[in-house]
Ligand binder design. Sequence first.
Ligand code: E4P
Length: 225
Amino acid sequence: MKLIIDDADVKAIRRIWDYYPCAGVTTNPSILAKSGRPPFEVLREIRAIIGPDAQLHAQVIAREADGMVKDAERIVRELGDNTYVKVPSLPEGFKAMKALHAKGIKITATAIYTPMQGYLAGMCGAQYAAPYVNRIDNMGYDGIKVACEIHEIYKKNDIPCEVLAASFKNSQQVLELCKYGIGAATVACSVIDNFVKNAAIDEAVEAFIHDFEGLTAKGTTMSSC
Ligand code: E4P
């Protein structure tokens, strides 16, 4: 399961990118709005941080298929080949996905709440389908189950699309999906920051350093003892 950053806070992205094994960055219009900056200015800055080979996902805004295709072409022109265009998984979106697939533009089907949306997006040529795990949970359904069902549908029907699970509020939701071997999970920087936050880990590492410095001298490491 690839780990992707779901954020447009460039400072936070730079930090997480530096520490963790991330495959790219996803955004959506609400995430971009939080930055308060022109959308392509932020997206180009994110592209510069992650480099040309990493995945960058940006969403179309138009309501109709023709407009979505135009939005997609601009997104790819501005942000380069390794850019996935996020298209909402509703009727106009499926029409746009078919057209984009024919043009060879990479697609992430988004706003997925049901396995049927996932199935249709895969059949329309999307590379990724993004079920909203936490939002589904909040509706009283099971977001993990929806993501796993879509994963199963792709495997059983040989549909070359992967689940890119989205909308997480905690580490446990992410880890649960990792066990099923889905394609990717996209997670906000604030949630990734809590992946490894545990006093026991810090205490263990501090004790090792303290003991080593007792053996050698304060401030020494393996490269300087
Ligand atoms: C990803 O495609 C979604 O845009 C995003 O993860 C939604 O997250 P939220 O439910 O925290 O807004």
